[in-house]
Design a protein around this ligand. Structure first.
Ligand SMILES: [Zn+2]
Length: 262
């Protein structure tokens, strides 16, 4: 049998076979591993338990684990309902807004990290402004940001659990860039490799509220953004299907497009 085949058998209706050759495209996994060091909002922890692991009396192997976690742990999606009472809940997000969506990557590493007197100086709680986005658009000759925009600050390198009393400090969207992307560019979704769509020192979460009020989904703790070009990739955003969820751990993948398709 061809090892590249995927076979689905639908017993309730009739057998169905789906096959394809192995995908020739290059994919980048933008997802942090989910494990006992997984990062979450301060004070939230995940736990795992072993259901069974071992050889049965019949001599065959069975292993199964369970876990308990927040909807907002590790690489995850915020459904608009997270910050808007009328916003879409997780199960209401259209697949057409999540799968094979053109993306752009706005790298703000150099705005966050400045060298001063020979020393690396990290700007605290840098907020991406509307001017930053316009500057990126002009540089990249891109006026059609229909897709998820993903600024990067490269501050989230390792998974870890954060204590409740920590002073959060990380860059993210200023409300001016949030408004520009939501209103002028009407993006479907946005993402960051930091902990939140608002900078670490926010108390009022204005960017969350603005995106949510326009049914724009948000991706947080996205991984490996440094591996993306400014444009020329499509995103697959695949959340765990939680009914009425405020969010969910999410597999985020990017497919690099061929140059001649850009
Ligand atoms: Zn969240």
């Amino acid at each position: 049998m061809n090892p590249n085949l995927i076979i689905f058998v639908a017993f309730a209706i009739c057998p169905v076979f789906i096959s394809s050759a192995r995908n020739p495209n290059k994919f980048i996994d933008l997802t942090h591993a989910f494990n006992n060091q997984t990062m979450s909002w301060p004070g939230r922890k995940s736990s795992w338990y072993l259901e069974t692991e071992g050889f049965t009396a019949g001599g065959f192997w069975v292993a199964s684990k369970g876990f308990c976690t927040s909807e907002h742990t590790s690489t995850h999606i915020d459904a608009p309902y997270h910050f808007s009472k009328e916003g879409r809940k997780l199960h209401e997000l259209p697949l057409e807004d999540l799968i094979d969506i053109p993306g752009v990557m706005i790298d703000i590493y150099d705005k966050v990290h400045k060298f001063k007197d020979g020393k690396l100086n990290v700007i605290e709680n840098y907020a991406l402004t509307q001017d930053d986005v316009i500057e990126w658009e002009e540089k990249n000759e891109e006026k059609d940001l229909e897709a998820a925009a993903a600024p990067t600050n490269n501050t989230v390198d390792d998974d870890k659990t954060i204590p409740l009393d920590v002073n959060l400090n990380f860059p993210s969207f200023d409300v001016s860039s949030a408004r520009y992307l939501a209103v002028e560019r009407q993006v479907l979704g946005v993402g960051v490799d930091a902990l939140s769509i608002d900078p670490g020192n926010t108390k009022t979460f204005p960017s969350h509220r603005l995106f949510a009020s326009r049914n724009i989904y948000m991706l947080e703790m996205v991984a490996n953004l440094h591996a993306l070009p400014p444009k020329g990739f499509n995103l697959w955003v695949v959340p765990f299907k939680i009914d009425f969820g405020t969010g969910a751990p999410t597999r985020v993948l990017a497919r690099l497009n061929n140059k001649d398709k850009n």
